[in-house]
Design a protein around this ligand. Structure first.
Ligand code: FMN
Length: 340
């Protein structure tokens, strides 16, 4: 079965790849992922805060006004939380490139169009095949409008685009007032792809210790639904590559994402839980599923459930919304007919 796809201009034998995570920290795991058939590998993020922190550390304390130095440092996490330092990150790109033949996608994570973006050049020089920009950000300033927030994202992308010619994907959250419009502007700013979506890590409260508890929870398949909806809405309206991340746990999840318009299917939780072999099983199941359902290739299925090509995706959304609300029946009743 021809599972080939093109993502960020990279011609891949199939769409399945590990998403940005610690999976690329260890070369042995990277090799096992390649052996399991991963089409590419996305590295964990290098954070703006790490780069800024490094830059600050190189300043002579006398040259920098001590107050601004102290203020900047108070917003920076302690370096020990990062498992790869800035230089180690570049070395890791080179090590992975030497160890495996699959494309390596590096990841930068930040929110300002400042000097740290220069690091993208070093990432390109280190041999990365593409770059994912994660703009994880929770706008909390009541003076900042939705347009301001989106302009910030665009500024980062524009600055990054000027810095490097690497294929560039932007990993977004779903929480923008007009996601389709932002996607269009990102395409005009020459982003090559979108990664849909960031998960927001929502810290819990420990009511006994009165502490905030940050905990990285692995995903569950229900998280895929939001991604499917937006892949489907965006896929008919953009020429950018689309990757799904969040809630893909088996081959049928991947089928759904591709039908909705994904060119690449990223997975983290399932690979952290089950190991690299889960990827080869999924690839085999994906192939079998397509054969059993009469497809000649993955491309034939790609975007077949896109909502963006029709006259009005917004009107379709309203129709689906009304259908869902009216499909509910008390437990035990016969399920609602689709056309009811
Ligand atoms: C332990 C862990 C570390 C992660 N680190 C990063 C990261 O550095 N950068 C990033 O963009 N996403 C990171 N992610 C998010 C994943 O790339 C992915 O978007 C998310 O886990 C949803 O996909 P999944 O349902 O397949 O797990 C991380 C996820 C986990 C579980």
């Amino acid at each position: 079965m021809d599972l080939s796809t093109t993502y960020l201009g990279l011609h891949l034998p199939h769409p399945l790849m590990p998403g940005s995570s610690p999976l690329a920290d260890d070369l042995d795991t990277v090799r096992r992922l390649e052996d399991a058939g991963a089409a590419a590998i996305v590295m964990r993020s290098l954070f703006e805060e790490q780069i800024v922190s490094d830059e600050l550390a190189t300043y002579d304390a006398h040259e920098v006004p001590s107050e601004s130095y102290a203020e900047a440092l108070s917003y920076l996490p302690e370096p020990s939380i990062f498992s790869l330092g800035t230089h180690e990150y570049l070395e890791q790109i080179q090590r992975i490139k030497d160890a495996v033949a699959i494309p390596v996608i590096a990841s930068l994570n930040g929110t300002t169009p400042d000097n740290w973006i220069e690091y993208a050049r070093l990432i390109a020089q280190a041999g990365a095949d593409a770059l994912e920009l994660n703009v994880y950000d929770l706008p909390t300033d009541p003076r900042e409008s939705g347009e301001d927030v989106e302009r910030r994202v665009l500024d980062v992308v524009t600055t990054l685009r000027e810095a490097v010619a690497l294929p560039l994907a932007v990993k977004l959250s779903p929480f923008y007032s007009s996601l389709a419009n932002l996607a269009r502007k990102l395409e005009l700013a020459r982003a090559d792809g979108l990664v849909i979506f960031n998960r927001f890590y929502q810290p819990d409260i420990d009511v006994e210790s009165l502490e905030i508890v940050p905990r990285a929870r692995l995903s569950n398949p229900t998280e895929l639904l939001l991604r499917l909806r937006w892949l489907s809405i965006l896929s008919g309206q953009t020429g950018m590559s689309l990757a799904v991340t969040g809630g893909v746990h088996n081959a049928v999840d991947a089928v759904k994402a591709v039908m909705a318009g994904a060119h690449a299917v990223q997975m983290v939780s399932v690979l952290l839980r089950r190991g690299p072999a889960a990827l080869s099983r999924m690839r085999a199941e994906l192939s079998r599923w397509l054969e059993e359902h009469g497809y000649d290739s993955l491309r034939q299925m790609q975007g077949s459930m896109s909502a963006g090509r029709g006259a009005s995706p917004a009107a379709l959304e309203r129709v689906q919304y009304m259908r869902v609300l009216h499909s509910w029946r008390p437990e035990g009743d016969a399920p609602a007919r689709r056309d009811s």
